[in-house]
Write a protein that binds this ligand. Structure first.
Ligand SMILES: Cc1cc2nc3c(=O)[nH]c(=O)nc-3n(C[C@H](O)[C@H](O)[C@H](O)COP(=O)(O)O)c2cc1C
Length: 384
């Protein structure tokens, strides 16, 4: 079949890709799923790329009640009981994982009743070398399967917890030793057909151009300019309570202990602590110029989440700095973010002198900032 992109409805494709959720609570356990629908979705999924263009994927569709019951037992042993305990513990607490645990526990308790369970497998055993070539010849295909289901009104949840019991599953289903199981996908019609997109990072915050961690407010143009709002992000996961990490990132002097440029800060104009609008003076040194002090204004103060300030002029800042904290399992992910401009700063004078070198000057300056920002988050990690 040959299809022109003129005949692809982008909105529909994006809608399917953007709303293929992990469906657990809304799996319809009563409605039968016919085999042809599963096969249609596998035919679509098989169009996904595969290393060496070898068709090495094999799909197991489990419909037998006794087999599903045994898989459900294995799932319960592998992770289900833990999920049920976690749900019971988190129920009503408002904890960030409360909803996902309620959903995960529900699936664990009802897996045997799901009409169809699909296990994508691939010929070969991973050699644990970390080299790509095996999982990556099947995962994109299994995901296409999930999206194809979604487009038809069915749903699934990507689960891997039971793969701890891969030997038992292999024995149960006669899967040969040379095959690798990739996931276990419970498949059912969904109860209701509307699903939301999920909160995720905006692409601009996690998409780096021509070097890791290099971000732009807009564009970037080629070559890059100050008007692109060039900047950088460094990040690290710190094993510490959120409150402790917050206490440190919201201390305007913390970075001075680690940065080779920023030497310290003091509150100014009667301000004496962090709040939106509070002003402090930041002192800096750099081999290329005399030490200088820059007025800074806190523009983001969201305790436990986000702390940011802008330099020179709050309405037209020379630079914008921000810490963002995100609790992840057992740790806090710290992102330290800088954007230059849109207003003038020290670097503007350097560019004024050599406008033909603007891109180069910006690249170098961002690299310097990046190195210091890395020192700061490494230092932060060493403090907690
Ligand atoms: C590698 C991987 C393994 C997963 N394993 C399980 C699992 O064993 N059980 C489960 O209920 N969900 C599992 N999930 C689903 C995630 O919990 C799910 O993607 C998350 O809840 C977000 O849901 P959403 O995609 O609908 O936003 C897994 C997802 C991935 C990517």
């Amino acid at each position: 079949m040959r299809i022109s992109s003129d005949n692809i409805d982008t909105a529909s494709v994006d809608a399917a890709l953007g709303t293929t959720r992990a469906v657990r609570l809304r799996l319809d356990l009563e409605r039968e799923v016919d085999q042809q629908t599963i096969l249609d979705c596998i035919d679509i999924a098989e169009q996904a790329p595969t290393g060496g263009n070898q068709g090495s994927r094999r799909w197991l569709v489990i419909r037998d009640e006794a087999l599903k019951a045994r898989l459900a037992e294995l799932y319960m042993d592998a992770a289900g009981r833990w999920m049920v305990d976690a749900r019971n513990k988190l129920d009503g607490t408002g904890h960030p994982n409360e909803r996902v645990m309620a959903s995960a526990a529900h699936l664990a308790e009802h897996l045997a009743e799901v009409p169809v369970i699909v296990i994508p497998t691939i010929i070969g055993r991973h050699d644990n070398s970390g080299r790509p070539g095996l999982f990556d010849s099947v995962i994109q295909s299994a995901w296409s399967f999930a999206v194809a289901l979604r487009a038809r009104g069915l749903g699934t949840a990507w689960t891997t917890a039971v793969l701890n019991a891969e030997h038992e599953i292999a024995e149960l289903l006669d899967i040969p030793d040379h095959m690798t199981q990739i996931a276990m996908l419970p498949v059912a019609w969904t109860k209701g057909t509307e699903f939301n997109t999920a909160p995720r990072y905006p692409a601009r915050d996690i998409t780096y151009v021509d070097g890791f961690g290099r971000i732009y407010d807009s564009g970037p143009s080629s070559p890059i300019t100050m008007a692109d709002g060039p900047g950088t992000i460094v990040e690290t996961d710190i094993k510490a309570p959120l409150s402790r990490v917050w206490e440190l990132v919201s201390d305007i002097n913390m970075a001075a202990a680690f940065s080779e440029e920023f030497t310290g800060a003091e509150w100014a104009d009667g301000h004496d602590g962090p709040a939106v609008g509070a002003k402090f003076l930041g002192s800096n040194t750099h081999e290329a110029r005399d030490p200088w002090t820059v007025p800074c204004f806190i523009n983001v103060y969201d305790p436990g989440r986000s702390f940011g300030w802008v330099t020179s002029d709050p309405d037209n800042p020379g630079a914008r700095w921000r810490f963002e904290l995100e609790p992840i399992a057992g740790s806090v992910r710290v992102r330290f973010i800088l954007h230059l401009g849109p207003g003038r700063s020290g670097i503007s004078e350097v560019i004024d002198a050599r406008p033909d070198l603007e891109a180069k000057i910006l690249h170098r300056r961002i690299s310097e900032h990046r190195a210091n920002m890395q020192r700061v988050i490494d230092g932060l990690a060493s403090l907690v």
